[in-house]
Design a protein around this ligand. Structure first.
Ligand SMILES: NC(=O)C1=CN([C@@H]2O[C@H](COP(=O)(O)OP(=O)(O)OC[C@H]3O[C@@H](n4cnc5c(N)ncnc54)[C@H](OP(=O)(O)O)[C@@H]3O)[C@@H](O)[C@H]2O)C=CC1
Ligand SMILES: CC(=O)N[C@@H](CCC(=O)OP(=O)(O)O)C(=O)O
Length: 330
């Protein structure tokens, strides 16, 4: 199957190419970039030198010939491509935020008009696998909402309040130089940002509500001086207290068939480079608080790996195809 990656010079584009090298039937035939048109892939992704001979190109949307497309461009840009890809019947996963929310909530959250809106399944396979299977276009979830939703989903129906506290690696801000990813602003430090108003809260609310929950959700992200990874601590306030044993059993059962969710001590170093989400849970004594912690690699389960997982489901491949490289530890 021929694959085109639109926006391949960025971090998620690079990880799509890296992961697809091990896919049994996916050949990346086009990797687009405006700035790097004509340059070898390894100029932007030096880890791929010797492994991928492709050069960046900059075709018009009408000239893209592929069986499957990944949109790895910023939000508000993806919507310029989505309509035509859908019309042409080219299966697509959009890594941006453009199709994750309802039109009304998207426009309110992002403060822009959506020029090409249509509904698309939310590409979190552990929750929406059957909708994804039937879809031609899937909206890949945000990195924070992936770790947060997976951490809280098994208890969502029993919760009245969920507070998500996440620590993210710097690659979440993309490859373009900015104040967020400048070394001297990040190294040897830790800071909270967008304390109450991060745009990903809208996705968390949508997904938790979709699980039949009445819980009020809150979210604060923190910027951690590491390249990859998101550790999310979910403080889940229940209507009735549960023991750690009961909570653990609930999670084990909820995820028993999910290869990419592992119940073990969540540590960024044990998921790095992989599509795994590691989760552990503990109930507080004499309280209704349960603490669920998840760890993902923001560029893999939080973006490119999950996008390939969705492609595999949409196209009938084994869900793990291209996603079985073990995490890099330590
Ligand atoms: N980084 C992360 O952890 C995650 C990112 N995402 C989302 O995935 C998408 C890609 O993210 P990431 O790879 O980090 O971003 P980068 O900033 O690293 O890369 C963005 C890519 O989009 C291209 N691009 C930018 N503007 C335009 C434009 N106007 N027209 C065409 N191409 C454009 C750039 O190419 P060039 O400038 O060379 O043309 C580049 O290849 C974004 O929507 C992001 O929000 C989702 C989950 C996690
Ligand atoms: C460190 C950092 O800046 N992280 C980004 C993560 C955004 C992201 O990648 O999510 P989308 O897919 O919705 O764009 C942020 O907090 O906005």
């Amino acid at each position: 199957m021929d694959i085109a990656i639109i926006g391949a010079s960025g971090y998620t584009g690079g990880d799509l190419i890296r992961l697809l090298l091990t896919h049994s039937d996916a050949d990346v035939v086009a990797a687009t970039s405006r700035k790097e048109d004509g340059q070898s892939i390894w100029k932007m992704h030096p880890n791929l030198k010797g492994l991928c001979e492709l050069k960046f190109s900059n075709p018009g949307i009408g000239d893209i010939e592929a069986d499957f497309v990944f949109l790895a461009v910023p939000h508000t840009v993806a919507m310029n491509y989505a309509g035509e890809l859908k019309e042409k019947g080219i299966k697509t996963v959009d890594l941006s935020a453009d199709y994750r929310l309802s039109k009304e909530i998207y426009e309110k959250t992002y403060g822009v008009e959506h020029k090409a809106y249509f509904e698309a399944p939310y590409g979190l396979p552990e929750i929406h696998r059957e909708e994804i299977r039937k879809a031609g276009f899937v909206a890949n979830p945000g990195c924070f909402p992936t770790g947060a939703t997976l951490a809280a989903a098994p208890l969502a129906e029993k919760a009245n309040t969920i507070i998500f506290d996440s620590k993210t690696g710097v690659s979440g801000a993309g490859a373009n130089p900015s104040a967020t990813n400048q070394y001297s602003n990040v190294a040897d430090s830790l800071k909270a940002y967008k304390w109450t108003g991060h745009r990903h809260l809208a996705e968390m609310k949508q997904e938790i509500k979709g699980l039949g929950s009445k819980a009020v959700c809150h979210f604060t992200p923190h910027l951690l001086p590491v390249n990859r990874g998101i550790l999310t601590t979910a403080h889940i306030l229940l209507d009735e207290p549960m023991t750690t044993e009961e909570v653990s059993e609930t999670y084990e059962k909820f995820y028993e068939k999910e290869f990419f969710v592992r119940m073990q001590d969540p540590v960024l170093a044990s998921v790095r480079g992989s599509n795994f989400c590691d989760i552990a849970v503990e109930a507080e004594n004499e309280s209704t608080r349960v603490v669920a912690v998840s760890a993902i690699d923001n560029l893999v389960k939080g973006a490119s790996g999950q996008a390939i997982q969705n492609m595999n489901i949409m196209c009938g491949y084994k869900e793990t195809d291209g996603l079985l490289s073990a995490p890099i530890f330590p």
